[in-house]
Design a protein around this ligand. Structure first.
Ligand code: PRX
Length: 687
């Protein structure tokens, strides 16, 4: 395999000094002596669950995972995680109060489990494949090098006073440094708060302030799709409203000059000056590992908090078994680390399993729509895990972009984030995977930590149906609830609110700083079961298909957005009296954003000007992906007599379904509906 000199040659160096390496190995071993109960990272490739080989079938093992969760998860936690101290009780959970604890009193370090143990056994195996923006400029990082980088990063953070429990905001492009920053936080016991490097300065500021982060790690600039992204500039703007920040580490991704202020620290220089060994912190199973903001029904994003052992185990097991990962395979999840998919299936899941994981810095269409397939040919990836929106976009570009590249290395394909329509599924299966690869339409959420419903693992040779996640993973007990009655719907061929009845180790523990909101959002709607916010259909044979969100959350190009977040911005335009945002089906993005805006009286500004202003405001306050596709200025909104906006009507209008509006007689002013339908026709040209 062609090897490239990794970024930061001054930091990592191809010829890491032998003495330093030995010192590091010694340090790890010393820590483990007398503290580590299991050093049992084993290759489970031939028998997926050697711990449970008495079970003859997949279904038996699945049932066992539900009926004896303590035994099931306890056994796996002991055999797959390296512990400093064994745990006592396997779990202590009471979902009615959102009280969730797994592997109580166990002690471990997540970065040791993801890096050190592999660096010790297979130091030269590849940990990261950095697929940089320009095709053909990839760089490889071995486990030894990753360990050294993580250690240096840990030393940098600690030498600047970052402590256990501190929140560290990470606003970085997809890069080895970003992975090392996450793992260094895990190593020293700090809580990382990765913010997608496409979020605006205001969105970043909100997340820094909510987390009360004193430390930010960013880069001079990012590079994506051939364009420069001014990351440091965004951080500088964000910091104008963040008094909590004490230091900003700046990694040189491009090396171009960017203004450095008094809080700014050159990360590259710091890394180069620190030793490449570090003694990891001993963490409790239930200490926070990270928080990650995601949208809900209100305007304020929620800092979903995950803890150490349960998340790690669930990430590792799902990555290995859903994708049937085998040692030495190259795992290609193209998600950004700024989203949960990047956390679980770019970083923690693959590294826990000692895999080589892809860091994809570019876009699916740079420099052309053949990028993914050319990358697969060049890197010989065995797995590809992506978002349906990318597939739909590439499908439109035609098969020739795919077939001109060799995809014979591919073994398993997966997608996540939104429903995968049948046409895209078939293209994925027939054209991309040449009818050779399983397609795993995986359903899960920031809150579930890892994949919860997925066609695999399942009984050998079990059928995979197009466009549905189908089967629950081990330990996951999905139920459908009747939204009107609040009771469980049994049997097949039913639709309802998708809930999960029993706890599993990877589930979120809280909303950072607001446990009551956590309980109210997830455990109150259906008493004592976890409510996902999604609707689902269960087929006659018990398979699950996701029907979409049941709350005011949209999935736009796989990004989760609260309609209230966008309304909050629109309402801040001086001319706006009120607004309502809904989604409408969109060919490529899954959902498009439709904003109905009521203006104050006597507005002089032109509609075109206000549209431009509104889009710019949304881009500035949230992100470019949150900009409305359609803005309608309207004299009013359909409201009930008590003043509640009837969004159902707006959704139907936005979806070009004026014939399905239903009963509008309960509206305060039913005539507004005709006006809206008429204006919609004018704007979109659709009748
Ligand atoms: O609505 C579901 C949709 O994405 C939501 C979770 O978004 P987020 O927390 O950002 O995590 C996305 C990546 C895990 C879910 O509530 N979703 C996710 N996967 C699927 C899906 N909808 C349909 N099919 C899926 N496979």
């Amino acid at each position: 395999m062609k090897r490239f000199v990794v970024a930061l040659p001054s930091v990592l160096g191809r010829n890491a000094s032998k003495s330093k390496l030995l010192k590091n190995e010694k340090c790890v071993r010393t820590l483990q002596v007398g503290r580590t109960l299991s050093d049992s990272f084993t290759d489970h490739s031939t028998t997926p669950f050697p711990e449970f080989d008495t079970f003859a079938t997949h279904d038996e093992l699945y049932q066992f995972s539900l009926n004896s969760p303590d035994f099931f998860w306890g056994t796996l936690a002991r055999s797959r995680i390296n512990w400093y101290r064994d745990f006592g009780r396997v779990k202590d959970c009471d979902l009615t109060r959102g009280h969730i604890r797994w592997f109580l009193d166990g002690e471990l370090n997540v970065s040791v489990n993801c890096v050190d143990r592999h660096a010790e056994k297979n130091p030269d195996s590849i940990a990261l494949i950095w697929e940089k923006d320009e095709p053909g400029t990839q760089e490889y990082v071995t486990y030894r090098e990753l360990l050294q980088l993580v250690c240096r990063m840990s030393n940098v953070l600690e030498s600047h006073g970052v402590k256990r429990g501190d929140r560290v905001a990470i606003y970085l492009p997809q890069s080895p440094v970003a992975v090392a920053a996450m793992l260094a936080c895990a190593r020293i016991g700090a809580i990382h708060n990765v913010v997608f490097a496409g979020f605006s300065s205001e969105a970043l500021a909100g997340r820094i302030v909510d987390a009360q982060a004193e430390t930010v790690i960013t880069a001079d600039q990012g590079v994506r799709g051939g364009k420069i992204i001014e990351l440091k500039q965004v951080v500088d703007d964000a910091l104008k409203s963040c008094t909590c920040v004490k230091r900003v580490f700046v990694y040189q991704r491009t090396g171009n000059d960017v203004p450095m202020g008094k809080l700014d620290i050159n990360l590259d220089k710091e890394l180069a000056s620190q030793p490449d060994t570090h003694t990891p912190a001993v963490m409790d199973s239930e200490d926070y590992l990270f928080m990650l903001y995601t949208s809900g029904s209100t305007g304020k994003p929620k800092g979903i908090a995950h803890t150490q052992a349960g998340y790690l185990l669930y990430a590792g097991l799902t990555m290995k078994h859903v994708f049937d990962y085998k040692p030495n395979e190259l795992f290609g999840c193209v998600a950004d680390i700024g989203w949960i998919t990047g956390h679980t299936y770019v970083v923690y899941g693959p590294l826990f399993n000692g895999a080589a994981t892809l860091l994809f810095e570019s876009t699916p269409v740079y420099p052309n729509p053949g990028r993914y397939w050319e990358t697969i040919e060049r890197l010989k990836l065995n797995h590809l895990y992506l978002a349906p929106t990318a597939l739909r976009m590439l499908l439109k570009s035609g098969d020739s972009w795919v077939t001109k590249y060799d995809r014979s290395s591919l073994r398993k394909l997966g997608c996540v984030g939104e429903p995968l329509n049948r046409e895209a599924w078939e293209w994925f299966y027939e054209v991309i995977g040449e009818e050779r690869c399983d397609i795993c339409d995986t359903w899960w959420q920031t809150e579930t930590g890892g994949i919860a419903i997925t066609p695999r693992p399942s009984a050998p040779g079990a059928e995979i149906r197009p466009a549905m996640p189908m089967r629950p993973f081990f330990g996951i007990d999905p139920v459908l609830m009747d939204p009107q009655m609040g009771t469980e719907l049994t049997g097949g061929d039913v639709k309802g609110a998708l809930c999960i009845k029993r706890p599993w180790p990877g589930m979120a523990r809280s909303i950072y700083g607001d446990h009551q909101r956590f309980i109210d959002t997830y455990y109150k709607t259906y008493h004592g079961v976890y409510f996902t916010g999604d609707g689902a259909y269960r087929t006659k044979d018990g398979y699950y298909q996701i029907t979409g969100r049941m709350d005011d959350v949209l999935n736009v190009s796989g990004h989760r957005l609260g309609t209230a977040e966008i309304e909050d911005v629109i309402d801040d335009l001086e001319e706006t009296a009120e607004s309502a945002v809904v989604g409408f089906p969109h060919d490529i993005k899954g959902w498009g954003i439709y904003a109905f805006v009521v203006l104050k009286d006597d507005v002089k500004t032109s509609e075109e000007e206000m549209k431009t202003q509104l889009k710019a405001m949304v881009k500035k306050r949230i992100s470019a992906f949150a900009q409305p596709d359609i803005i309608m200025f309207t004299p009013g909104l359909p409201k009930t007599r008590s003043g509640k906006i009837m969004r159902r009507i707006l959704r139907k209008i936005a979806a070009n379904q004026p014939d399905e509006l239903g009963d509008v007689s309960t509206l305060f002013d039913p005539s507004i509906v005709d006006a809206l339908v008429e204006k919609h026709k004018q704007i979109t040209g659709k009748s």
